[in-house]
Design a protein around this ligand. Sequence first.
Ligand code: 16G
Length: 170
Amino acid sequence: QSAFKQYALKDPKLQGNIYNGRYLIRPLAASDYDHGYVDLLRQLTECGKYSSEDFEKRFSDMKQCVNTYYILIIEDLDSDKQIIGSTTLVCEKKFIRQLGIRGRIEDVVVDHHYRGQQLGKLLIELLTKFAKEQCDCYKVSLECKDNLVGFYQQFGYDHEDKQNYLCQRF
Ligand code: 16G
């Protein structure tokens, strides 16, 4: 697995690595609407309904933001290319911290049939390392429910003193 990780990180697009002989780790593609990507995201939160054209338009908008969105997915090669895991790294350009880059880990989801195989760990570790080493992020943050704090602490994420996550919903 460590050889796999090193190989993955040499490739800035984190492309084309096979894990456990069955799981292809690769960036999201425009055609992934047809491989269950949005249904997978529905296991995380509500997504509403939209067409593949709408999906492709959003994906294209994201790609226009160079070096900003890194969406890594896991495809099950034994299951008709179904997408069974995904995590996004968003890199935000700043004027602070010597024109620093802040990373955010977003939308971590593994299909419930595939949990317990360390697939989430794989995605988070890959993208966190990528954020640090390739994107030069000065910090990476995420938000999660109480019951997942311990899970993310394994990968070096933790509460910061005197920092709170505040939110307003519309
Ligand atoms: C979780 C996710 C966040 C996602 C949100 C969706 C992680 C680490 N956190 O907080 O990225 O956007 O759920 O929930 O994956 P919402 O639809 O209620 O905003």
